[in-house]
Design a binder for this molecule. Structure first.
Ligand code: 13P
Length: 253
């Protein structure tokens, strides 16, 4: 049986609360019409979460964070805990995004701690893995994603891993307009699913220059359950078009 599709926007460091509010006004009704067929999530900057919580309260669209800290509370200036996100009715949170790994020192070990903290707080982690261009050129893609899964999720039970969302995001494909080849992404996601127990049941999405034009081809692949979308999620109508195309790819796939 096909796993339930999931499309998550990653707004990254974009949109003020006023812009988030405008977005929802242009997104809500069309998203609602698709919500019986897919989970739709907006992963927004912390400052937008309250605006989204209120604006999306009557809707099935879910709110996600983009990062969290693993301790529940305490002297950690600038950090936000999984428990705090849960208190804001946030139900998903990205962890281990390659931008956080590259620019902010995130490691497989900190990803593991954050993932566990999110599960403890009742949120669904969206755990990002993916190889750099150098690793791809060295033929090390399979080894890299396997290592990320083992280090990040190795301590969890099969049941916990089955409840996660994994985002396969090749680092070289993010924000470059150079998306992976759908069949190749499907193959790498097969390696991810085989890397630890429970991941055959987990939802695994693709991210990296996913667009309305290529969403159908990615989502027609049997291992791909949707997308984690950066640039192409910033315009509400564009993101709706991407989800529609992705769902039509799944209907054929
Ligand atoms: P782009 O869709 O802009 O390539 O970003 C992908 C991404 O990083 C989603 O987390």
């Amino acid at each position: 049986m096909r796993r339930r599709p999931l499309f998550a926007a990653n707004w990254k460091m974009n949109k003020t609360p006023a812009q988030a509010s405008d977005y929802v006004a242009n997104f809500w009704a069309a998203a609602e019409a698709l919500a019986s067929r897919a989970d739709i999530v907006l992963c927004a900057p912390f400052v937008d979460l309250e605006t989204l919580r209120v604006a999306l309260e009557p809707s099935s669209v879910r709110v996600g964070g983009q990062d969290c800290f693993w301790e529940p509370a305490g002297a950690y200036t600038g950090e936000i805990s999984a428990a705090m996100l849960a208190a804001m009715k946030v139900t998903y949170c990205i962890v281990g995004h390659s931008e956080r790994r590259r620019l902010f020192g995130e490691t497989d070990e900190t990803v593991a701690k954050k993932t566990a903290a999110l599960v403890r707080a009742g949120l669904t982690p969206i755990v990002c893995v993916g190889e750099t261009l150098e690793e791809k050129q060295q033929g090390a893609t399979a080894a890299r994603v396997r290592a990320q899964i083992e280090a990040g999720l190795g301590a969890m039970s099969d049941e916990e891993r089955a409840s996660l969302v994994i985002a396969y995001e090749p680092v070289w494909a993010i924000g470059t307009g150079l998306a992976d080849d759908p069949a190749s992404a499907n193959e790498t996601i097969g390696i991810i699913r085989a890397a630890a127990g429970g991941l055959d049941r987990a939802r695994v999405v693709y991210g990296g220059s996913m667009s309305a034009d290529n969403a159908r081809a990615f989502c027609a692949q049997p291992n791909i359950d949707g997308g984690l979308v950066g640039s192409a999620s910033l315009d509400p109508r564009g993101f709706i078009g991407l989800i529609q195309n992705g769902l039509s790819g799944m209907a054929k796939g």
